[in-house]
Design a protein around this ligand. Structure first.
Ligand SMILES: *Cc1c(COP(=O)(O)O)cnc(C)c1O
Length: 431
């Protein structure tokens, strides 16, 4: 197989995601033949450092020995079985462990992040309906937030490029100001700015709570907004306000769960527990599509009755897929066996030190870090900055995809010091 052969076959037959296909007349498609650790290889053995964890999903590198072996073992036992009316060991074990980790008792499964968001929205609405409050049907979401691109998820997403074309199709909701500290006034701290943003949220809930089912939020980091970070105080205020006004809090930790922000779940940093927790992406270490919605017993209990209409009649064909659940269990084993959260703390500090040359670069603004994510804006007036930077980075052996003028690193946790050097020095050269 040659690089060029696969590229032309792909362009003829595959409709690539999040892409204007015509741009590939000039923009190269990168063909991968294999992956190992944080590296992806093409057919000519050129290698690319996967600095974005293959769209934020990979945690422990490509072709990880432990995850591979768990999936192989599961392949010889049970690949998949219907989860309605039936059950199996991997899905039970995973549910128990996620419950231990999150403090939420019941796990409902789907395959992608957007489906998890759909489930949380439907469950919240249906909860209130079962409790005799069908008028609670609106959702509050945060300015510049991202929750996926199916129609329900798109309703609570606020990224124009993904949403505008479909605006006639999506539900109308209520948007609260973002606590992302890049929008703070000169001299205002992230903490002060988050508190100020929470006043806007308070007003919304105070005035509309009778019609609001839930508030959905990306805890600590608005990923698709360009890694916009906020102070945890916003989350604790949101939790208090949701309690005061009888509104559910949905934490979308699809991108930030599984240790990304330095704690296992981001919401831990605000010492809160959400009513619903959406998980996906890192859940299988980037191996297989799996998502989960965890909820409190109080939610589950509102569906637990004789009437079938009061049950949550939602399903996906691959719900609770056994191979995906085994991959997720292997991921949780690695977290325990290798003390990942603590090791990441050390790695994060080392990387931040190395990245000082970027933080102090004259073209760089708003350099920021949370756990295993680093981001900054590049002062560059040209409209094709993201494309040019992406191409330059490829020439330095780095797979990076800026969001607008935001360059970010979200590497697999297995990144070693030499690889950090390659990443920082390569990025510095691109700048
Ligand atoms: C990626 C993402 C989603 C959507 O997940 P998909 O698997 O792409 O559908 C939802 N919310 C957040 C915060 C995400 O980062």
């Amino acid at each position: 197989m040659k690089n060029s052969d696969l590229i032309s076959r792909s362009l003829r037959s595959v409709w690539h995601p999040c892409t204007q296909m015509k741009h590939h007349e000039t923009l190269p498609l990168i063909p991968f033949s294999r992956g190992s650790g944080i590296w992806l290889y093409d057919f000519e053995e050129n290698r690319y450092l996967d600095a974005i964890s293959s769209w934020w999903v990979n945690l422990f590198g490509h072709c990880n020995r432990k995850i591979n072996s768990a999936i192989s073992d599961q392949l010889g036992k049970l690949e998949h079985a219907i989860l309605a009316g039936c059950t199996h060991e991997p899905v039970v074990a995973l549910s128990e462990r996620l419950s231990m980790l999150s403090g939420l008792d019941h796990a409902f499964y789907a395959s992608d992040g957007a489906s998890a968001v759909e489930i949380a929205l439907k469950m919240s609405f249906h909860f209130w309906k079962n409790r005799g409050m069908p008028q609670k049907k609106k959702f509050v979401s945060i300015e510049n937030g991202y929750h996926g691109e199916t129609l329900g998820a798109l309703s609570v997403t606020d990224v124009a490029i993904f949403k505008d074309n479909y605006s006639p199709l999506v539900m109308e909701g209520i948007k609260a100001k973002t606590p992302d500290w890049r929008h703070a006034e000169e001299g205002e701290s992230p903490h002060e700015f988050a508190l100020r943003a929470s006043l806007g949220l308070e007003k919304i809930l105070e005035e509309n709570h009778e019609n609001i089912a839930a508030l959905i939020i990306e805890p600590l980091i608005q990923g698709a907004a360009g890694m916009g970070m906020h102070d945890p105080v916003y989350l604790s205020r949101a939790r208090q306000l949701c309690d005061r006004y009888g509104v559910h809090l949905i934490a979308d930790e699809i991108a930030v769960g599984f240790g990304r922000t330095g704690t296992f779940f981001a919401f831990e940093q605000a010492s809160i527990v959400p009513d619903f927790l959406c998980l996906s992406k890192g859940i299988t270490g980037g191996y297989l599509p799996l998502s989960a919605v965890l909820s409190r017993s109080a939610i589950y209990d509102a569906f637990y009755e004789d009437s079938i209409a009061r049950a949550f009649l939602h399903s996906h064909s691959y719900t609770g897929n056994a191979l995906a659940c085994r991959a997720a269990l292997a991921v949780l084993d690695i977290f325990e066996d290798e003390d990942v959260i603590e090791r990441n703390r050390e790695k994060s500090a080392i990387m931040s030190k190395k990245a000082e040359i970027l933080a102090t670069h004259p073209k760089v603004r708003h350099f920021r870090n949370s756990g295993m994510i680093w981001a900054f804006e590049v002062i560059d007036p040209s409209t094709d900055f993201p494309r040019r930077f992406h191409l330059d980075a490829l020439n330095h052996g780095l797979l990076l995809r800026p969001i607008g003028n935001t360059v970010y690193f979200m590497p697999p946790y297995v990144i070693e010091e030499e690889e950090m050097d390659l990443l920082v020095n390569g990025t510095s050269a691109c700048l």
